[in-house]
Design a protein around this ligand. Structure first.
Ligand code: ADP
Ligand code: MG
Length: 204
């Protein structure tokens, strides 16, 4: 079972990964956006880690809802509300259980991803974070590693796509040939989940 501590570690692992990859995320965003995706998420996940440390929530759902609120209030631009919604709605779907199964998490994440699609009006193939999140949520039903692989594959598959949502869509055909920054950071989020699960060993 996955308890609040597991979700807390998922968030701190994500923050560390975003720190490591911030320059690359910003570089990707400089090609088809406004060069702020790395710093946006760095600021957001630093706030998440600080808020979780200050008053660690007692349930998985509460951890993700607090994290989502922090992202919404500290990350500007498109990705703050979208990532915030992802975590808040996933957390809400987990309810008040003190621990959840991997399958329950996969289902809840599916609900969170659907909320992102509704908020941003994007669908698969629009060259957004959804291109990593949709396949990941599906594959997480099998295993954490399958979810991680599907997210990474989805992020890489955004390269030949033309952006139809967000700032990159203003570039039209010139958005082709670049990996989407949000899909790339979403793959980091799911990789951090798999890493946390692996570090937890047989308890998952
Ligand atoms: P901004 O575009 O406001 O500068 P960021 O650079 O932080 O925000 O994030 C850009 C990322 O947000 C994109 O790479 C894309 O993955 C994601 N994104 C933008 N608009 C949408 C949308 N409508 N639906 C889903 N994801 C989106
Ligand atoms: Mg940007």
């Amino acid at each position: 079972m996955l308890d609040a501590d597991f979700f807390h570690r998922w968030m701190t692992t994500t923050a560390a990964s975003v720190d490591r990859e911030a320059a690359r995320l910003t570089e990707l965003d400089s090609a088809i956006g406004d060069a702020d995706h790395g710093s946006n998420l760095q600021r957001g996940f630093a706030a998440v880690v600080a808020a979780l440390a200050e008053e660690p929530p007692q349930t998985p759902g509460a951890v993700l809802m607090l994290a989502g609120r922090q992202l919404i209030s500290t990350v500007g631009g498109a990705s703050g509300p979208l990532y915030g919604t992802l975590l808040r709605r996933t957390g809400k779907a987990l309810g008040e259980a003190p621990a959840v199964t991997a399958e329950e998490l996969a289902q809840a994440l599916g609900t969170g991803v659907a909320a992102v699609a509704q908020l941003g009006g994007a669908q698969a193939g629009d060259k957004t974070m959804l291109d990593a999140l949709l396949p990941a949520a599906k594959a997480l039903g099998s295993s954490f590693d399958a979810g991680r692989d599907a997210a990474l594959e989805g992020a890489l598959a955004t390269v030949p796509l033309q952006a139809r949502k967000g700032r990159a869509s203003y570039l039209g055909e010139r958005s082709i040939g670049h990996q989407d920054p949000g899909a790339t950071s979403s793959a980091l989020l799911i990789a951090a989940l798999a890493e946390t699960a692996a570090a937890t060993g047989g308890d998952v």
